[in-house]
Design a protein around this ligand. Structure first.
Ligand code: SF4
Ligand code: SF4
Length: 237
């Protein structure tokens, strides 16, 4: 359907006067800005890594897999995150849940996430119906090979262990009770995504899971590596 002419806003081309046509005012203004920076020099260099940057509260760093209140992996292997992931970097091998886990049908036997392929969009976190996968404030976990940056279930659970009590990465994707492993029974079950109440994810108190305080992570790869080692020695998740 053609656009109605009354819906069109016509913009008049501004007339350029003599001085604008010479570009001198623009040049003078540019020089003024340059001189202002020269005379009011304010360094903005961050002395990383001696000084850690203050990250915004919504910063999306490497992932973790959350545990439920019994210490089990919260993930129910529903594949929602892998389906939502635009970078196709999540691979889950689902297994039938053991009989002593009556609250779920499946669990992830393996959960692989390629952190080098990830674009840190947070879609997996948004898609997860039971708050099992979250992006943390850890930004400086590096590796010397692709294998080291391909995180498996144990590594992501260890990141949860290392970050959950840091005060900077509380469990925060609380979107209501959507599965047997969801913590939150008082919130309404979500309908279509468009009907999510505006304040559903923006609770007011720290206990409700919103990040409070300065989002600085004095990382921590050693800390996480130690946790993985502890888990391996203890023999399981
Ligand atoms: S943050 Fe985005 S790209 Fe990375 S795993 Fe999640 S959905 Fe995929
Ligand atoms: S969406 Fe959540 S529960 Fe489903 S497979 Fe991904 S992490 Fe697991």
């Amino acid at each position: 359907m053609p656009i109605d002419s009354k819906d069109v806003t016509w913009v008049q081309e501004p007339e350029i006067g003599f001085w604008e046509a010479t570009f001198l005012p623009a040049i003078v203004e540019g020089l003024r800005t340059t001189m202002r920076h020269v005379t009011h020099y304010q360094p903005t260099t961050e002395q990383y890594p001696e000084e850690k940057p203050e990250l915004p509260l919504h910063y999306k760093g490497v992932h973790r897999l959350n545990r439920d209140d019994q210490g089990r992996v919260k993930c129910v292997a529903c594949m929602m995150c892998a389906t939502a992931c635009p970078a196709n970097c999540i691979t889950i091998t689902a297994e039938k849940a053991p009989p002593e886990w009556p609250d779920r049908d499946k669990f992830p036997m393996e959960f692989i996430l390629d952190e080098l392929r990830c674009i840190y969009c947070g879609m997996c976190e948004e898609a997860c119906p039971c708050d099992a996968i979250e992006l943390t404030h850890l930004y400086d976990m590096t590796g010397q090979s692709r294998e080291e940056m391909t995180f498996n279930k144990e590594k992501m659970l260890a990141i949860f262990d290392a970050t959950k009590d840091s005060g900077k990465d509380p469990v925060r994707t609380h979107r209501g009770r959507l599965s047997g492993t969801s913590d939150f029974t008082n919130l309404p079950t979500l309908g279509p995504a468009t009907s999510v109440p505006a304040d559903d994810r923006s609770a007011k108190a720290p206990t409700a899971g919103v990040i409070h305080g300065t989002a600085v992570m004095e990382t921590a790869w050693e800390q996480v590596a130690d946790k993985i080692e502890d888990k391996r020695s203890a023999g399981g998740n």
